[in-house]
Write a protein that binds this ligand. Structure first.
Ligand SMILES: NC(=O)c1ccc[n+]([C@@H]2O[C@H](COP(=O)([O-])OP(=O)(O)OC[C@H]3O[C@@H](n4cnc5c(N)ncnc54)[C@H](OP(=O)(O)O)[C@@H]3O)[C@@H](O)[C@H]2O)c1
Length: 302
């Protein structure tokens, strides 16, 4: 069973993908129970006729018992300036959810989606003391898909011709697109862009969410698909390699922080944190990104 905490835009989009692709049973857990029940009634109509799975809605955390995967999408408010606007209420919410999960489902793999993503991934792991390899923040794969999309737009090329578009570090204003590894139809992206174009593309990735907000839209389907891909790979025993946030203990020279790094995920969670050869300027930006998350963590744990 997949339990999804939070029945808002993101949680229900993930649930819709899981049910319509016949992945597993889904439990929607929401603060307002009626919303979870109503959404599950609606999504039930998207279940293919030959599916053996069902979806239920509840506000009762005791029902998460037996879940293989728990996805946290709970949110207490939206942000307009940056993802740290509601940090303290989000930390309080995630700590409450962490205690419930520890009580009812301590062996599950946890996928964190809620913002501020890296801070909450760290807080959840410290609150539960679950293995850090089972607490995974999903966001850098979304940022990477935005990087790939913007490259395809710039060069009017299909995304299928772009390889290794990777964004690491904070899911926030200091995220680091790794230009040095990207190839576009067999050519090195680095040699196709001058410094100003790189700065402009970096800003466009970091501010992608603001473009959505300008249209009165919040990110929903992209993150839902990125999350679904991870759930599907775990349940169908297919390894997947993506950038994701995990508590670091020395990798990339960092500890006491969670941030987006390249990982392999299998049925047990993260099986490997991959070490990439980065250019010195990229390593420096990654250190600065980590420092920014640490500054936020200092406020949370002061
Ligand atoms: N990682 C990423 O790349 C990424 C991308 C997009 C969004 N996000 C983040 O994902 C989160 C969800 O976004 P959204 O658009 O789905 O928000 P949303 O539509 O506002 O939904 C949030 C849901 O969480 C529920 N909730 C709040 N506290 C809860 C609790 N303690 N237990 C259970 N449910 C609780 C709310 O319930 P009520 O109905 O009772 O209020 C609401 O249904 C946000 O933090 C957003 O910033 C992350």
């Amino acid at each position: 069973m997949i339990s999804i905490i939070g029945s808002g835009q993101v949680g229900t989009s993930i649930a819709f993908l899981c049910m319509s692709h016949v992945l597993d049973d889904v439990l929607l857990v929401n603060r307002n129970e009626n919303k979870a029940i109503g959404k599950s009634l609606d999504i039930s109509n998207a279940i293919p006729a030959d599916s053996k799975f069902s979806i239920q809605g509840t506000s009762d955390y005791a029902k998460i018992v037996g879940s293989n995967i728990i996805i946290i999408t709970a949110s207490t408010g939206t942000y307009t300036k940056d993802r740290y606007e509601n940090t303290m209420s989000q930390v309080t919410t995630v700590k409450e959810i962490a205690r419930k999960i520890k009580q009812y489902c301590p062996d599950a793999i946890i996928l964190l989606i809620s913002n501020p993503l890296d801070v909450l991934t760290y807080v959840f792991q410290k609150e539960t003391m679950f293995s850090r390899f089972k607490v995974i923040g999903i966001a850098s794969s979304l940022d990477s898909s935005r990087f790939r999309y913007l490259i395809s737009e710039k060069f009017s090329m299909p995304q299928s011709l772009i390889s290794n578009a990777l964004v690491l570090g904070e899911h926030g204003d200091s995220m680091v697109p790794i230009f040095s590894r990207v190839s576009v139809d067999g050519n090195q992206l680095s040699s196709m862009l001058d410094i100003d174009e790189k700065i402009s593309m970096t800003n466009n990735i970091r501010n992608y969410w603001k473009k959505l907000r300008a249209c009165n839209i919040r990110s929903q389907f992209g993150i839902a698909k990125q999350t679904y891909d991870v759930v599907e790979s775990i349940l169908n025993l297919k390894d997947i390699a993506i950038p994701a946030s995990i508590v670091l203990e020395g990798e990339y020279g960092e500890s006491n922080v969670a941030m987006g790094v390249p990982v392999k995920i299998n049925k047990n969670g993260v099986s490997e944190i991959q070490t990439l050869d980065l250019e010195e300027s990229e390593s420096r930006l990654l250190r600065e990104s980590s420092q920014k998350i640490k500054d936020q963590l200092r406020v949370v744990f002061h």
